[in-house]
Design a protein around this ligand. Structure first.
Ligand code: SAM
Length: 270
């Protein structure tokens, strides 16, 4: 199934805009903020640093980094999508924060330009993740760092009475939609393969217990898509979703997923 996140600009313009608005809103949701806050803590931006947010989307993290490096630093948000960058540019404008359109495979910066880089929820969507990690290694200075955040949807669990149907939907969701859903568990291996050392590994478990978290919507979407793609039948769809709705109404909805944060370090001699 085509992955809309690989390049949102390939979608019809109103769909691309709606993805950008979704990304902007998502960064405000508490379960998502938990992972983003942990990611910034792992990168540990310092005043005066020059930082890159690769695959910056609607720019929320780039703005957070810009606050931390202050006016003596510099933050550049890069994204392949003009639709994403249009939303990113609507936020606070500071002279030390800029947004540029570029493909992460060929970043328009000299080698060693940045003290550090951030890569949030993007690697699972790119077609050449190894080459992206190598390109980031090039633009970060020796001794610099990269903080990466990716979910692993093989860790998506949901409480439901029908185990077999739940496995079918969740496994299909993991294997067939939205890119490489095993990226979380692959981060350490992939960073090492691209020449990074591993400084720290952290796991954030996002917990969904109500409709304000992203998990409920994500499960509903998975069931919708599974039905559309004839992975499940209409009666199976209705049985599965109506139990999720009933659980939500009675406070018994429960789902979790693991998000992995890696601090990768560029060796001084790299
Ligand atoms: C799921 S969004 C994540 C956005 C943001 N990092 C966040 O966490 O909210 C993935 C982003 O990666 C961008 N992207 C995908 N492939 C890219 C590439 N090759 N180079 C640069 N950006 C890319 C998409 O346009 C999209 O904005």
């Amino acid at each position: 199934m085509p992955n809309p996140w690989t390049n949102p600009d390939l979608l019809p313009p109103d769909e691309a805009r709606s993805l950008a608005r979704f990304i902007a809103a998502r960064s405000e949701i508490p379960d998502q903020q938990q992972a983003y806050l942990a990611l910034v803590e792992v990168l540990a931006p310092r005043a005066g640093e020059s930082l890159l947010d690769m695959g910056c989307g609607a720019g929320a993290m780039a703005r957070r980094l810009a606050e931390q490096v202050g006016a003596s630093g510099e933050v550049v948000g890069v994204d392949i999508s003009k639709a994403m960058l249009a939303v990113a540019r609507q936020g606070a404008a500071w002279p030390h924060l800029s947004f540029r359109q570029a493909d992460g495979l060929t970043l328009p910066f000299a080698g060693g330009f940045f003290d550090g880089a951030l890569l949030a929820r993007t690697l699972m969507h790119v077609q050449q993740p190894h080459e992206i990690l190598i390109e980031l290694h090039r633009v970060v200075r020796p001794g610099g760092r990269l903080a990466v955040l990716e979910a692993d949807w093989g860790t998506f669990v949901v409480d439901h009475s029908d185990r077999l149907l739940t496995r079918r939907i969740i496994d299909w969701r993991c294997d067939a939609i939205d890119g490489n859903n095993w990226m979380g568990r692959q981060l350490v291996g992939r960073c090492l393969a691209a020449g990074w050392d591993i400084g720290r590994v952290q796991v954030v478990v996002t917990v969904g217990r109500d409709a304000t978290t992203t998990h409920f919507g994500s499960l509903r979407r998975s069931a919708d898509l599974a039905l559309q793609h004839q992975v499940i039948t209409q009666p199976e769809f209705e049985t599965w979703v109506s139990e999720l709705d009933a659980r939500l109404a009675s406070g018994r909805f429960f789902a979790t997923a693991n998000e992995y944060i890696i601090l990768a370090l560029k060796p001084e001699s790299g």
